[in-house]
Design a protein around this ligand. Sequence first.
Ligand code: FEO
Length: 403
Amino acid sequence: MSAFNAVKLTDRVYWVGAIDWAIRNFHGYQTSRGTTYNAFLILDDKITLIDTVKKPFLSEMMSRISSVVDPEKIDYIVSNHSEMDHTGALPEAMTIIRPEKVYASPNGKKALQKHFHWDPETITTVKTGESLPLGETTLSFIETRMLHWPDSMVSYLAEEKILFSQDGFGMHLASTERFDDELSLHTLDEEAEKYFANILMPFSPLVTRLMSQLKELDLDVELLCPDHGPVWRSHIGRILGKWSEWAQQRPTRKAIVIYDTMWKSTASMADAICNGLSSLGISVRVMPLSSSHMSNVATEVIEAAALIVGSPTINGQIFPTVAACMTYLGSLKPRNMVGAAFGSYGWSGEAPGKLEKMLEDQNIPLAAEALKINYVPDEDALQKATEFGISVGHKLLELCEGD
Ligand code: FEO
């Protein structure tokens, strides 16, 4: 008996992935609920494995495969995405399985060769529109370049109405439940949005294009199988709708105030700015970076129309946690928002000006001139901070009304 069992999705398709209960840091993204690495087995004349798992989870995947079929009977492996959480186990899996063919997109072939230094003959390429007959079923392929790597593609099994969407429509969520309807919608929405924000946000225009492409293709999909998190069977329309919505990054009456502080002066300014914003009926998230992970900030940013950033000046520089968060957010290319900077300082006070430069470099227009307060803010200074919040708030409201 296998230590791990496959999960039947249809009469001929099984989930044979792995559950990573322990992971909390996925290259900088805080994965508070762990994740899964999903691999799928199609039983047909040509037995086919779609994607593999992260290297340390090879034995779990092989065990799940063995619960339904002898791994040596697998004919094909399809690699939809070459990132190592889906291919780390591929070289050893190939040694055990000895497949007749391994398929990937043309960019996937290049990436896999660069990762594993294989002979060019190892991978057979498949392009958009090409098909692979498996017997009674046929897999067809759609390249989804830069969603979110150049190699990314999805595979569609028409007869079973299954779209294997690699990272697309996934989430980092470890669970024994394999289907969306076995989990709470609140958890699904929360983790799917966090995943979109931290992985897909920089590619929002391409996501919008993909959603139109999928609509035009009008694929009949009863199971949407991403490489992370649950398989969608009851809420497919909902997750497609959410992706379309998140890709728009529509500004709403919501502001994010992020800051760090040395002696609570910048923290007091943040509270006063929050008061100013909320006096206009704006929803505010104050996120002290000493206790708020930057991947959670990214999630809040999707719907926000203002990013207000505070930092004390430390030896002429931005406080490191604030600089790191701004660098991270910059890589995610948030759109449709205004920005502003603030901070307390002792003698030189460069940090707010440097933050303004970072905001402008990230194409976030400034809603107000930076607010700097020397040492500890008194009542007048806190009033100025409240007025600063109101002034940024008016720009936020203009942006929302203009959208
Ligand atoms: Fe789940 Fe881009 O790898």
